[in-house]
Design a protein around this ligand. Sequence first.
Ligand SMILES: O=C(O)CCC(=O)C(=O)O
Length: 251
Amino acid sequence: MNQPAPFFAEHGWIILKGILSADEVNQLTRAYDEIIGPSLPQVSPNDVVQLPNPHERHPLFAQTLQHKKLWSSVRDTLGWHKIQLLQDVLLYRTAPSEGRVEWHRDHTYTAFLTPPILASVRVSLTHSRHQSGCLHVIDKSHLLDLSISPDIFGASIEGGLINSLEGSNNDISTHISAIELEPGDVSIHHSKTLHGSFENDTNETQKIIVHHVFDATCKLDPSKLPNEEARAHFPTTQTGHLAPSKFPILG
Ligand SMILES: O=C(O)CCC(=O)C(=O)O
């Protein structure tokens, strides 16, 4: 493992500008619309749609898993040699939208990988702004020693977490950063960084591709899975690493 980019190491998040070209954004937007289109009639403006595994639904998202500039930039930023995909997800908000992803940290759901070297890599296809409810992070929160129970498959997001932090000795309330992006920009956040995203008060729908990724040296700790059935979702190699046939190596 190399050293991560100093800004990422200190803050637990980073923005990489202009990773995808305008052409690539247009092509991915068409593919995104094809996939998400059939769900739209049922989408309420109170929802944030999350559609898993776009790389299995459209070849362009599979190609994105091998995008040289994207993944070499991410590798350099994180200081990892090999990046593996845990899951990709399309995230969609209507315009306007009341939909929120409440404050949480991804580590709550991924404690079954050890050591816990994970991050989320988000590609924005639209303008992400404070007014459009873009991702907000609590700066440096990946360094906070929080005892949040690991709820690996829990549907319950940590609503109210932010309030409890404000009531504690951590002076974090002034350190909320809005991750504002242009189409083709990428943001990365550490799996222990507290984050959430909020109401869209603009007339632009919000289209994001999220990649939950891990360092290929992580191993599965089956004892952290809730039951035997869950084990079937995580095929491993003989060395206990997640199988690249199901969890592809990126770039
Ligand atoms: O992009 C968003 O609005 C939320 C993303 C998120 O929660 C994540 O990447 O874990």
